[in-house]
Design a protein around this ligand. Structure first.
Ligand SMILES: Cc1cc2nc3c(=O)[nH]c(=O)nc-3n(C[C@H](O)[C@H](O)[C@H](O)COP(=O)(O)O)c2cc1C
Length: 180
């Protein structure tokens, strides 16, 4: 049975390393006949969550930017994939802002259960991703039966395109391809 896979790239760098991993994941997921949607945060208008809690009682978000047309797509996907550069040993602020803005879904029934996380860092040690992984786990665990299924460690990638020399590209493709 094919799944709906929603992929989010959060780097602002054109052809960034984490973007390339997200694209490889998408290629794998498509090759396994899944339906994919690719959201590139650098192409949308997204503001910070104001914490107004409009979403607790009303549908959607009070902020009139692009999030309202995205919420339903995330909600009705089976699988969510988040790609980020490591910034100061954390996930990027862009991705964190996006996760915060999904707060309306916290008060609703959602289809998604599995989360994949793709992160790139200049540091060659896998532990460079620890805080970012804890962050995404913390987000996932706020939702019923949602869990972090797997991680691609895109370590040792500093300049744009460095990731192409890494096994992480194949891992991202294979992870996407394994979704059924
Ligand atoms: C603001 C900023 C902070 C960064 N902080 C870290 C860091 O803490 N640890 C690290 O290993 N790399 C760090 N890097 C390097 C990036 O994680 C690395 O270049 C990554 O591959 C960028 O992914 P992208 O090409 O998808 O943007 C940082 C880069 C920037 C621009």
């Amino acid at each position: 049975m094919s799944k709906k896979v929603f992929i989010v790239s959060s780097t602002m760098r054109a052809n960034g390393n984490s973007y390339l991993l997200a694209k490889e994941f998408e290629r794998g997921a498509k090759d396994a006949d899944n339906t994919t949607e690719f959201l590139d945060l650098k192409n949308i208008n997204l503001n910070f969550c104001k914490g107004c809690m409009y979403c607790q009682n009303k549908k959607g978000c009070a902020i009139k930017d692009d999030i309202n047309e995205i919420l339903g797509k995330v909600q009705n996907s089976d699988v969510l994939v988040f790609a980020t550069p490591v910034y100061y040993y954390e996930m990027s602020g862009q991705l964190k802002t996006f996760l915060d803005r999904l707060n309306p879904l916290y008060f609703q029934e959602n289809k998604f259960k599995e989360i994949y996380f793709l992160a790139t860092s200049a540091d060659t040690s896998k532990s460079a991703l620890d805080n970012a992984i804890n962050g995404i786990k913390g987000w996932a665990e706020c939702f019923d039966k949602v869990y972090l299924k797997d991680v691609v460690y895109g370590t040792g990638a500093e300049a744009v395109g460095d990731i192409k020399k890494s096994q992480a590209m194949k891992k991202a493709y294979d992870m996407g391809k394994a979704i059924k």
